[in-house]
Design a protein around this ligand. Structure first.
Ligand code: ADP
Ligand code: ZN
Ligand code: ZN
Length: 744
């Protein structure tokens, strides 16, 4: 029996990157298993850790495990293997990964359930036919009948009111063994703010039926293949998710639904709760510790069967998983930007393979990786090319801002609104329809320069310019968050003629208010939306048509479903195209498609204006035609020639320290060690300064590695790390990012 092995390797939260061996004392043999949480002595102090694996022997002189802790806090078995996979693939330590598998509040074990006293019928109490029952006073009989009617159990606090009898009657029934008192868990409900109206499954359209059939067919396979549901915005993907989950529940299995952004969760949660009620559990960072603890325990104890949430919901401890849904699978928020840098979409596919459960990826703009996986037969593709009830996709017009120069003479509006967009806004306002204006940059102006001496205001700690925020009268660094008062004159030469260039949402808001004084205007970006509540409030006001024009960044790009929005304006659509990253075209295509999808979801047709200075760019022209396949056809040959994903895998190493020379030296030394360990097929770019060479006083160097297969690279990196001294690794830490989303 492997569980009888005498040595356990334990991960302690010490940032050492390795486990420590301990003897398992005889009385705990067979009880300590991988995933167990144990107390061990470490340098004379008791510490808690998780057992990674059991071993027959150890090279070391061992101390013994001192205690096995609360089984509630152990890592559920299905997650252990998944954790191992994450360690291997993402080149992370068990230590780092294990701490991601359980919510901190569960690990720490400080949180308690909130308990309440319940009154339950005893077995004797359930038997109303007995002779003994017949001998009870009528009052007592009525109380017991009421308990039966209400399901046999009531919180003690509510019992008195519910049964319409005095406390003495209840006490007597308890004393005589008809009722009993039990303390039980009472959950803190994270849904108190949600108005949930139960709903019924909708009658599916033909393409929804086909999509559902494909998913359920996979679910019934012993080894399901992941399904990519490529459906245009508004094609009814969510309804397919809901009915696939219903199928899963009919088989007695559980489901996980991943959504990209926490802010989207309330709307999604409402739809799932409306269909599945109390079986739905939410896991996301907006919960209080108590709520998260309760939601997790609800899943772990089998009282919840559907978990919805951002990234971390993937680790919901279900034992009989039937389906994992990944909504908006192309989203970069699925990638964790701290260690381990896992991509929840990809790990979902792995969890599906390990637990033989179906995986359903949904998107209107699939990632090229997932679409490529369909082309090579790894995933199954299903398409929903039309909106429900066949509302047309909104026509998209590209407006060339160079051509619109007549308009530019009006300084007030210069480069904000083209003539076309301005006309349409007036038109929609007159018809009391709503408008979304999108710009992927916040702040008032993005560059502050002095024409006299050439000074540019930039963050001293990062290699970026400051953004001017007018309301706060501050210059802010969007990388490190540093702020300073906005200067009245040039800090370098004293000239009062400071020039503000470039613009963000704050400026667009000001211009909009000036140009359309009759309109109610609101702005939604991370400066105005400081918490989930402010987000909810603005969306509610928008839903009630108390806002005419909603201006915003990425935050408003996705998921919003407001039928009265008939115009979407995209300002400076080329911002993203100028970013030096191989995914810049893909991101621009996605963003425009997603933002455009907010228009015309109701009965009135929508319209989209895209303002650009590069109207010929294929990312824009394909987005204009809403033609993902053409975009894929134009984008992939270049990726293939240049050796980028989906044709290769990338591994990005970052070296960071406050000393530039030391950082460069560490990167170079590491490369010398690594080079001989790499296969000749691995391409190396660097070491070189990262595109953002400095963030928050830390200089950054990078090495980019690429090959068809990641495993060889990761193995080489692991060996190379063993040859670098721990002291060196502490001085200049190495951040390893497998399949990076951004190359900066
Ligand atoms: P997507 O997730 O693809 O953007 P949704 O699932 O949000 O699309 O569907 C868009 C709208 O159509 C929603 O308001 C939804 O309630 C509605 N809808 C979806 N499927 C149906 C259907 N079969 N019959 C009627 N309405 C539907
Ligand atoms: Zn900074
Ligand atoms: Zn100056």
């Amino acid at each position: 029996m492997t569980t009888e092995l005498p040595v356990a390797e334990v991960a302690l939260n010490l940032a050492t990157g390795r486990g420590f061996d301990y003897q398992i004392p005889a009385e705990l043999r067979g009880k300590v298993v991988p995933g167990s949480r144990v107390t061990v002595p470490f340098r004379g102090q008791p510490r808690s850790g998780y057992v990674i694996r059991l071993k027959a022997t150890s090279r070391f002189q061992l101390e013994s495990i001192s205690a096995l802790e609360d089984p509630m806090r152990q890592i559920p078995a299905p997650l252990l293997r998944l954790g191992d996979w994450i360690c291997d693939y993402y080149c992370a330590s068990h230590e780092a990964v294990i701490w991601n598998l359980l919510p901190a509040v569960v690990r720490k074990g400080e949180m308690q359930h909130r308990e309440a006293l319940y009154l339950d019928l005893t077995e004797k109490g359930q038997n109303l036919g007995s002779e003994e029952f017949a001998r009870l006073t009528p009052k007592r009989q009525t109380v017991l009948r009421t308990f039966i009617r209400l399901g046999g159990s009531l919180p003690a606090k509510e019992a008195l009111g519910a049964v319409d009898a005095g406390a003495s009657v209840i006490e007597a029934l308890v004393e005589d063994g008809w009722l009993q008192k039990t303390r039980r868990v009472q959950e803190r409900d994270p849904f108190t703010n949600l108005k949930v109206v139960p709903d019924q499954p909708k009658t599916l359209t033909k393409s929804q039926q086909d999509a559902l059939a494909a998913v359920t067919a996979e679910m019934d396979e012993p080894k399901p293949k992941p399904v990519l549901l490529f459906g245009v915005t508004g094609s009814g993907k969510t309804e397919v998710f809901l009915q696939a989950i219903a199928h899963c529940r009919e088989q007695g299995k559980d489901a996980i639904v991943l959504v990209p952004e926490i802010s989207l969760t309330p709307q999604t949660v409402t739809r799932f709760r409306a269909r599945f009620g109390d079986q739905v559990s939410v896991l996301h960072s907006g919960l209080s510790d108590g709520q998260r603890f309760d939601e997790w325990t609800k899943i772990n104890s089998g009282r919840a069967h559907i978990a919805i949430g951002a990234r971390s919901a993937l680790f919901a401890p279900f034992r009989k998983l039937g389906l994992i849904v990944v909504d908006e699978e192309h989203e970069s928020t699925y990638k964790q930007d701290t260690v381990p840098h896992y991509n929840a979409r990809d790990v979902a596919v792995v969890r599906g393979a390990l637990e033989h459960c179906a995986v359903l990826l949904g998107s209107a703009t699939p990632s090229l990786e997932s679409y490529h996986n369909c082309q090579v037969g790894k995933y199954r593709l299903v398409e929903m090319p039309q909106r429900v009830e066949a509302q047309p996709l909104p026509p998209i017009e590209l407006v060339d801002m160079h051509q619109d120069s007549a308009h530019l003479k009006d300084e007030r509006k210069a480069s904000f609104f083209s003539r076309r967009l301005e006309e349409l806004i007036h038109d929609r306002l007159a018809r009391k329809e709503q408008i979304i204006v999108f710009l992927n940059r916040r702040g008032f102006s993005t560059q502050l320069t002095c024409p006299q001496c050439g000074y540019t205001a930039s963050c001293g700690d990062c290699s970026v310019t400051y953004t001017y925020h007018r309301k706060a009268e501050k210059l802010k660094c969007h990388l490190c968050g540093a702020e300073m008062d906005a200067p009245r004159k040039c800090p370098q030469c004293g000239s009062p003629e400071i020039r503000y260039g470039g613009f963000g949402t704050e400026r667009v808001e000001a211009v909009t208010r000036a140009c359309f004084p009759e309109a109610m205007v609101a702005r939604m970006d991370s400066d105005t939306m400081t918490n989930a509540e402010s987000y909810r409030k603005v969306l509610e006001a928008f839903g009630k048509r108390k806002i005419d024009i909603l201006i915003g960044t990425q935050m408003i790009a996705k998921g919003l479903d407001f039928p009265n929005v008939t115009l979407v304006g995209i300002i400076q659509a080329d911002i993203g195209l100028n970013v030096p990253d191989f995914r810049s075209a893909e991101r621009t295509f996605d963003l425009i498609t997603q933002v455009a999808g907010r228009a015309g979801r109701g009965d009135s047709p929508g319209r989209v204006i895209v303002q650009t200075c590069t109207p010929g760019n294929y990312a824009l022209t394909c987005a204009q035609r809403q033609d993902f396949k053409d975009f894929y056809a134009q984008e992939t040959p270049a990726r293939e020639t240049l050796g980028f994903p989906p044709f290769t895998h990338l591994v990005l190493l970052h070296f960071k320290s406050p000393d530039e020379e030391r950082t460069a030296a560490a990167a170079n030394r590491f490369m010398e060690v690594l080079q001989p360990l790499l296969r000749s097929s691995v391409q190396v770019i660097g070491p070189m300064p990262a595109p953002i060479a400095k963030i928050a006083k830390f200089y950054r160097y990078q090495i980019l590695l690429r090959a068809a297969d990641v495993r060889g690279i990761v193995a080489a990196i692991r060996s190379a790390m063993m040859q670098v001294s721990p002291a060196e690794l502490r001085r200049v830490p190495i951040d390893i990012d497998v399949d990076p989303r951004y190359l900066q």
